[in-house]
Design a protein around this ligand. Structure first.
Ligand code: NZQ
Ligand code: ZN
Length: 384
């Protein structure tokens, strides 16, 4: 195991009725910006619960954060925060709203061009405090310090992170996710699954806790995911999905181990170029990436085959083939296509994505830095 420092400061309130805790979490005199998406929270009762809990605090509402939150939209929220001296941000929604809130929190006090936080990796030195009410289990954004922001005008989608961006608290009430359409539930399962693999399916470093935790999360997603899709109001199954998705990316399983993240890097380019849902890009890239990178990932692929899919018989290559096939089948069983053609994306995108990554200097992806632009192109050609 490599050295690490682990600190996750986000306080989690989990379960039914927990939105009421907002009243305790936010200072009585807080000037709050409530950030939300396209309006789902008005239909499922979450908005009413939030407003009740906020009581008489001055609240400015900002609706309209898109899926894959857009820089230009978020900058309007930044202007409001500056003008109105907002001192707390409350994100109410899915990963996009949470990520958007992180950007607004960092950009509001930032002196330079806020896009540089993403494009140039400028350090976040100051950020407004933020809290979250999560309505979509998927990204782990409720308990991590990362955010992914799109800039549609430039076909870009970039990530940034800072310890200052962990939410101070997050409220996870599984019932507030009951209204999700099946497509978003499936996306959430698929995203969380890939988050675990990005941190687990690399090469062994004798990190038994991280490995066993990762394998448990994967197995819970495989077992509970289909249950919650079949019966969206099954509280027990949904609660397990929500908690699994948080654990998939609250950074605990990623400490002290090599991490990959190439599937995500390539996937973000597919979203930037063709607007695919985040999880769908992962479903397209992941099986092909595992195929192309199978030698470097050999030992962990065999461990994954045995411990996650119970594949223990036959030769090594056959077991690896079966594990990759099981991964693809799992995504497809959720209703998520695993080929570019499923989304009408032409094979030519392979060269385009490789070029785009190269232009930003992302030329050594993966846990060994061996995913060059040529390898990216090969992976996407295989995913046609
Ligand atoms: O906008 P509203 O009306 O709220 O509708 C949303 C949106 O259309 C809807 N929705 C959310 N909760 C709902 C609901 N509909 C009904 N009932 C509810 N309870 O779902 C749609 C998708 O929401 P979105 O927030 O975009 O989904 P998700 O949580 O999957 O977030 C995806 C974003 O997170 C980024 C992705 O790149 C993408 O931009 N990621 C963030 C990460 C992080 N911060 O650590 C890591 C991830 O890998 C990922 O990259
Ligand atoms: Zn993801």
């Amino acid at each position: 195991m490599e050295n690490f420092t682990f600190h996750n400061p986000t306080r989690i309130h989990f379960g039914r009725g927990q939105i009421a805790k907002l009243d305790r979490e936010l200072p009585a005199k807080a000037r709050v910006l409530l950030l939300a998406g396209g309006g789902s929270i008005r239909q499922n009762g979450v908005y009413d619960q939030v407003r009740t809990a906020l009581g008489n605090r001055p609240v400015i509402e900002f609706f309209g954060v898109e899926a894959n939150p857009d820089y230009d939209t978020l900058m309007k929220a930044v202007e409001i925060c500056r003008r109105e001296a907002v001192d707390w941000i409350l994100a109410v929604g899915g990963g996009s709203v949470l990520d958007g809130a992180k950007f607004v929190a960092a950009a509001t006090p930032f002196k330079g061009d806020p896009w540089d936080l993403l494009a140039k990796g400028e350090k976040v030195r100051e950020a407004l405090p933020l809290g979250a009410v999560l309505t979509l289990p998927a990204t782990g954004s409720e308990a991590n310090s990362a955010a992914v922001i799109s800039r549609r005008a430039r076909h870009e989608k970039l990530a940034f992170l800072s310890p200052l961006l962990f939410p101070r608290f997050s409220i996870l009430d599984p019932e507030s996710t009951f209204s999700l359409p099946a497509r978003q539930v499936a996306n959430g399962i698929g995203d969380a699954f890939c988050h675990v693999l990005e941190q687990y399916l690399t090469f062994p470093v004798n990190a038994a806790i991280q490995d066993r935790f990762a394998e448990s999360i994967l197995r819970v997603l495989i077992e509970e995911g289909p249950k919650t899709l079949a019966d969206p109001k099954d509280y027990a199954a949904r609660a397990n999905l929500v908690w699994a998705a948080t654990w998939a990316l609250n950074t605990a399983i990623g400490v002290g181990v090599p991490q990959d993240w190439a599937t995500h890097m390539i996937g973000h380019e597919l979203t930037a170029l063709h607007g695919l849902d985040h999880a769908r890009t992962l479903a397209v890239v992941l099986p092909s990436l595992l195929q192309v990178q199978r030698d470097g990932k050999r030992e962990k692929l065999l461990q994954y085959a045995a411990r996650v899919w119970d594949l223990r018989d036959g030769g090594e290559d056959a077991r690896i083939d079966a594990a990759i096939a099981a991964t693809r089948k799992f995504y497809e069983s959720l209703g998520i296509g695993t080929h570019l053609a499923d989304y009408g994306v032409p094979a030519g995108v392979a060269a385009e994505v490789a070029r785009q990554l190269e232009a930003r200097g992302a030329i050594k992806l993966g846990e060994r830095g061996d995913i060059t632009p040529a390898v990216v192109e090969k992976i996407l050609r295989l995913a046609a």
